[in-house]
Design a protein around this ligand. Structure first.
Ligand SMILES: [Zn+2]
Length: 301
């Protein structure tokens, strides 16, 4: 596989200590980080980043040397964030093994084990001070296992995934999140009951999707009452009454039939003998035939 190598260097000349926040411009050393990036023209692409190490200037800080943070790759990662996102995006629809193969064709080398590790690292960071949340039930496996997803309404990121959708787990979770004052939820009454029980002052709203669903259901009820079950339209006009059915016998097209030429004679072999084309042996005295004939008679009478 051909590979592309891109060499880059940070333009920054200062960095804040991750521990104490003091800005430092005192370079300690440089080192090279090699990161696999999203492929270019299906070629495996590497970034060689010249990264700086800084001395912390705060004498009270126990962090003596710290590394520059890259905006496109977390520390200790060998892939850029963009590549990890792409890998997770593709593997969402495939098995890890399938994803590894498809990504290989695109110019990304990643094993199925590594894809699994990426998945395992996804964590939900719960926020006990969250004030506005959205709650929705989600199917883990379609129609089988349900879970309750809770997300921060500000940016819609997931903060908790609770077992079941009966409201029991939600009740427990809410006990530890008493600052919540607004919940956008679906129409499940189990959620409504849990919220009212734990946070009686909390405002509950239906989210946009469920509002629309409610509206459509009500409109359907209204239309069902107002509109007749059947509407007859002829030539673009609505008829007051059901039109009378005029029975019409279907007649064969004589002109067409006249163009067909067919004989009723059995086909013949080249030597002139009749071709045996009915090879079904009818045993009219058989048990099966007699019961069939009996039922035919019953049906016709
Ligand atoms: Zn420091």
């Amino acid at each position: 596989m051909e590979t592309l190598h891109i060499f880059i260097k940070s333009k920054r000349i200062g960095c804040r200590c991750p521990k104490c926040g003091t800005e430092s411009r005192k370079l300690h050393a440089t080192y090279e980080r090699i990161l696999q990036d999203t492929p270019i023209r299906c070629k495996q692409t590497f970034l060689h980043v010249n990264v700086y190490k800084y001395d912390c200037l705060n004498p009270e800080c126990d962090c003596i040397v710290f590394m520059e943070e890259l905006p496109f790759a977390k520390a200790s990662q060998v892939r850029t964030d963009a590549l990890n996102t792409l890998v997770l995006g593709v593997s969402m629809y495939l098995s890890n093994e399938g994803a590894s193969k498809v990504l290989g064709l695109l110019g990304i080398r990643i094993s199925n084990d590594t894809i699994q590790r990426l998945y395992d690292r996804i964590g939900f960071v719960d926020n006990p001070d969250v004030e506005e949340v959205g709650i929705d039930d989600v199917a883990i496996r379609k129609g089988q296992t349900y879970a309750t997803a809770i997300y921060d309404l500000k940016d819609h990121h997931l903060i908790a995934l609770l077992e079941g959708r009966e409201g029991e787990a939600l009740r427990n979770w809410l006990e530890h999140h008493k600052k919540i004052r607004l919940v956008a939820r679906d129409r499940a009454s189990a959620y409504a009951a849990a919220i009212s029980a734990v946070l009686p002052d909390c405002v509950q709203v239906a989210d946009r999707f469920h509002l629309l669903q409610n509206l459509l259901e009500h409109l359907k009820d209204i239309f069902k009452e107002e509109l007749p079950a059947k509407i007859f339209i002829r030539d673009g006009k609505v008829l007051d009454q059901e039109p009378q059915k005029i029975p019409q016998e279907k007649k064969p097209d004589d002109a067409f039939l006249a163009t067909l030429h067919y004989g009723n004679t059995p086909p013949r072999n080249p030597d002139g003998t009749e071709m045996a084309y009915d090879n079904k042996k009818h045993d009219f005295s058989s048990e099966q035939y007699r019961t069939q004939a009996k039922s035919r008679k019953k049906n016709s009478s």
